[in-house]
Design a protein around this ligand. Sequence first.
Ligand code: ATP
Ligand code: ZN
Length: 573
Amino acid sequence: MAYSSPSVIKDAKVLMVGAGGIGCELLKTLALSGFPDIHIIDMDTIEVSNLNRQFLFRQFHVGQSKAKVARDAVLKFRPHINITPYHANVKDPEFNVDFFKQFNVVLNGLDNLDARRHVNRLCLAANVPLVESGTTGFLGQVTVHVKGRTECYECQPKPAPKTYPVCTITSTPSKFVHCIVWAKDLLFAKLFGDKNQDNDLNVRSSDAASSSKNVEDVFERRKDEDIDQYGRKIFDHVFGYNIELALSNEETWKNRNRPKPIYSKDILSDEPAQQNGNLEKKYESDELSVSAMASLGMKNPQDIWSLKENSRIFLEAFRLFFTKREKEIGNLSFDKDDQLAVEFVTAAANIRAASFGIPLQNLFEAKGIAGNIVHAVATTNAVIAGLIVIEAIKVLKNDIKNYRMTYCLEHPARNMLLMPVEPFEPNKSCYVCSETPLSLEINTNRSKLKDLVEKIVKAKLGMNLPLIMCASNLLYEAGDVEDDMIAIYEANLEKALAELPSPVTGGTMLTVEDMQQEFVCNINIKHRFFLNSYFLYSVKKFLESNTIMLEELNKFIVFLFFSLSSLSHVALR
Ligand SMILES: Nc1ncnc2c1ncn2[C@@H]1O[C@H](COP(=O)(O)OP(=O)(O)OP(=O)(O)O)[C@@H](O)[C@H]1O
Ligand SMILES: [Zn+2]
């Protein structure tokens, strides 16, 4: 049957950002709906773990550009449309405001806040409508952002990812996730990651500090130390000795269950230190599939391992890292797609959980928790992609009355799984889409320009290539800078704000601009010497929640914690 698409579709040129779970569905739906000219940006290559839901990709595509393979796959069933792929980061300078202006609508299928904020700003600057989306398991949403008509993506602050108090992780875990964070961010990082990073793995106790000075560093492998002995030494230190040390601090356990120290000899009493020699040869030929489970003949990731099995996996994974992946040690960071890393972290978290009386979990669950993964549901992505196309068509028709934000729910509400809501008006005090100045409370004598640039302008305001002006003086500019200015900016970055050539003190109005995003905002500086308990409380809260809150006055408040170097403090209002 010949299908004739409405003219708004036939004349449309659209940009899709992201060709992952939502993106694959979206490209297919756009193509089947008759969109003739589609551009796709995606910076990634295809991984095996994408194949279960990113159905345009096959095993033999692994390692190739998502954007390009998605294009080729769709052209097979819609050969006469134009699809232009870019294997690139949407934050690259080539995707500037002029690039965005060529499109009638932009459709996001991204997975991170940073890229979403960047696209939001470019869409505002180019005055191109944005249809934004996201899914988590069965949940999802599609929102429409049209400059001056509806909220922009940044009109409401977004919830920050969950973090945990440090002492819960290092000393008093009560949930399995605490054990995972410990195994991944402390133990794994300490053993296999950058040695220079601060890492508070040892449990502090009153006598530990004094005795530790003379004690050798157990984490260092002694010269010629046998790898299995080294593994057992680490095991006994973190699961045995450290727990005993923690137990000596009676106060901690008054209202808590006391943990049990675990030593390898008690768990693996019947096994010699070296036990896998006969299985080794079979598996060690293929480096990519180095796996402690395979090595020990354990197959099912959904089995919950006993304490003994966890201990064997722990020691075997440890041994495999040091024998098969030695070159990577010192540079590894946890990756949920790294089988050996997941095995190690699962086993370590389980042994710690056993010590603290927390129920153990299988590798599949542990991997989900460690990778912050809510398992993706292909159907949710398909539903969301359909809704994106529906909103895109309304946008192209300029059918403002019928724009909807739609939420995909896990349980029906009023008999509906899809909840449409009318979009809100732009937030008049949004610092991105309105011109509301921000106000920043900062110790201008102690905080350096570098801190302002890195921790506020880039990290909090999401600028990519910032330029900072005080009155008509340029203090800093990122990106391609003239040679004679490089040294001046470098020197400025190291200066305290009040000591800059054009001093930034209480009452100064700074202008911060990102040329690529065509985004400018003014920051009203208030000098403040923070050393009161309220500040310290704020810092603690910030560290715990990393929240950005909207105050009654509808001004932004961000409490910032500055690098542990004591007293430079700021708050952004
Ligand atoms: N800055 C960016 N520029 C271009 N593409 C981006 C950018 N940030 C994220 N993406 C792309 O957005 C897509 C998001 O897809 P999705 O949420 O399905 O994640 P994934 O990485 O494919 O899968 P998963 O993380 O679940 O294993 C990815 O293909 C990713 O490459
Ligand atoms: Zn806004």
